[in-house]
Design a protein around this ligand. Structure first.
Ligand code: ADP
Ligand code: MG
Length: 241
């Protein structure tokens, strides 16, 4: 589904991603862990071209991702949904407005149809009663569930999550993880940056440990938790657990 080959990213003299190789199969859930500043967000942002790689290739379903090909860029943005730590909802739109905006504007979906799909998505994330609320009237967990519904409204083939529960009060983390778990069970291909180790272990098919812009270790979550191959992975895990 996604193939990343020898990806490098520089910000000026800062070498942020170093020779990243990663393959993600259809319906795989890949959880990325690593210290702050190790390049996790930049990697996700390269996959949906919020950042332009300095070198290397990213392929999605057999299509190379290339910023210079404008039509491709639009297809990519449609096929790759992203959920951010700070929700990034449009504050002046209602929940329904947030979810229907892109399908109507970008996918040219008929308004009534977009509305019906949005209601179905709100049902899925348990928020039909908030359809007409504004983001400021929602809890963090509710905002994040709306953000997930909004991303799903574009019918993406892949969902990227960048620390989706890090900004939430602890008691609200579970409701967001539950929605993500359900998505995974439905076969969505997902790349999730998260330090929720229980989620990684239960839902993740693969765990990726990054340090200083490199992938240090990739493996099954049980394997990495029980017997990490690298000293750095061991040290990191002992700190976060
Ligand atoms: P993580 O998500 O693992 O915390 P990031 O991908 O956000 O790491 O950042 C990796 C490194 O790249 C950090 O040193 C960060 O300061 C730097 N960085 C990220 N975005 C930019 C940018 N737009 N310009 C310059 N440096 C950046
Ligand atoms: Mg980050």
């Amino acid at each position: 589904m996604i193939k990343i080959k020898n990806l490098n990213k520089h910000f000026g003299s800062l070498h942020v991603l170093r020779d990243i190789d990663l393959n993600v199969g259809k319906s795989d859930v890949v959880v990325i862990i690593g210290a702050s500043g190790s390049g996790k967000s930049t990697l996700l942002r390269c996959i949906n071209l919020l950042e332009e790689p300095s070198s290397g290739e990213i392929w999605i379903e057999g299509n190379i991702v290339d910023r210079r090909k404008k039509n491709r860029l639009n297809i990519l943005r449609r096929d790759v949904g992203m959920v951010f730590q700070h929700f990034n909802l449009f504050p002046h739109f209602t929940v329904l407005g947030n979810i229907t905006e892109a399908p109507v504007q970008v996918r040219q979906v008929d308004k009534q149809q977009a509305y019906e799909s949005a209601m179905a998505l709100l049902e899925k994330v348990g928020l039909t009663d908030k359809a007409h609320a504004y983001p400021s009237q929602l809890s963090g967990g509710q905002k994040q569930r709306v953000a997930i519904a909004r991303a799903l409204a574009m019918k993406p083939k892949v969902m990227l999550f960048d620390e989706p529960t890090s900004a939430l009060d602890p008691e609200l983390v579970g409701e967001v993880l539950a929605v993500m778990k359900q998505l995974a069970a439905e076969g969505m291909t997902m790349i999730v940056v998260s330090h929720e180790m229980a989620f990684a272990r239960e839902v993740g098919d693969w765990l990726v440990y990054m340090d200083e812009g490199k992938i240090v270790e990739v493996g099954r979550p049980e394997q990495i938790f029980e017997e990490p191959r690298h000293e750095r992975t061991k040290t990191f895990l002992s700190r976060v657990r």
